[in-house]
Design a protein around this ligand. Structure first.
Ligand SMILES: Nc1ncnc2c1ncn2[C@@H]1O[C@H](COP(=O)(O)OP(=O)(O)O)[C@@H](O)[C@H]1O
Ligand SMILES: [Mg+2]
Length: 235
């Protein structure tokens, strides 16, 4: 126990530069690591999309996140809306005629926040993923009133995506706690990418996560403790 109970913990919104960049894996690793530090972490995936799993939770992301956090919160709070097609909430709405419900997301987030010290909220796609007309992930983060962490990859093209993500956060006045490089597919050497992202964005780079072979909580805990500045995230 390090004494985080004396610090007012803030929930975090884990966004990414794109879909499939590693938001779920990184959020899971953070959840495991914070638990290990004595923080009672909850998780949330406000909107999930894709084919529903046949057993257990509809969304695989929700299953991974809840297992990592060792949490047993009800699925309808952790994931208030699930769209059974791989699409943005906006496109899912148009195709399935089910409107994304922002007040439901916010009230679920508030309820979860009362059950834990902090909530790690996994984003949806990238920062400008549309939810309603003129309402993007940026607007959702603003309405949740929490800072963000940006997950980026190391593949060439990542600098463009990261700068665009940072610029949009700045435009919407969303505080950025840092960038995490998910170094799971080869591209830039991580030291060069870290140097250039720091200099180009002025945002702290919290570390880089290598390819994860073992998704058990013990393995995630080791990898994240070793490779990330976790204390910076709890400040
Ligand atoms: N650090 C990693 N090590 C190994 N595989 C990874 C890692 N990060 C992501 N992946 C792979 O990429 C896929 C997409 O990652 P995920 O976290 O689901 O992305 P997102 O949540 O941003 O859509 C995962 O299913 C996994 O196969
Ligand atoms: Mg995901």
């Amino acid at each position: 126990m390090i004494g985080w109970e004396f610090i007012l913990l803030k929930s975090l919104f884990i966004t990414g530069t794109d879909t499939d960049v590693g938001k779920t894996y990184i959020t899971a690793g953070l959840a495991v690591s914070f638990q290990k530090m004595g923080v009672d972490v909850g998780v949330m995936k406000p909107f999930a999309a894709g084919s529903a799993q046949k057993k257990g939770y509809k969304s695989e992301d929700v299953e991974i996140l809840l297992r990592a956090a060792n949490a047993l919160d009800p699925e309808n709070l952790v994931n208030p809306q699930f769209f059974p097609i791989p699409a943005s909430p906006f496109t899912a709405w148009k195709n399935l005629k089910t409107k994304p419900k922002i007040p439901l997301i916010i009230s679920s987030f508030k309820k979860l926040s009362k059950l834990h010290d902090m909530i790690l909220v996994e984003g949806i796609g990238g920062i400008m993923t549309p939810i309603l007309k003129e309402y993007y992930v940026t607007n959702l983060i603003k309405d949740m009133k929490i800072p963000t962490v940006i997950v980026t990859r190391s593949k060439v093209g990542t600098i463009n995506h990261t700068i665009m993500t940072v610029k949009m956060c700045e435009k919407y006045k969303i505080p950025i706690k840092g960038i995490i490089i998910n170094n799971f597919d080869s591209g830039y050497p991580v030291n060069e990418l870290t140097r250039d992202l720091k200099s180009l964005t002025q945002v702290p780079v919290l570390g880089s996560i290598p390819f994860i072979n073992d998704m058990s909580n013990a393995s995630l805990s080791k990898i994240f403790q070793k490779n990330l500045d976790l204390k910076l995230l709890l400040k």
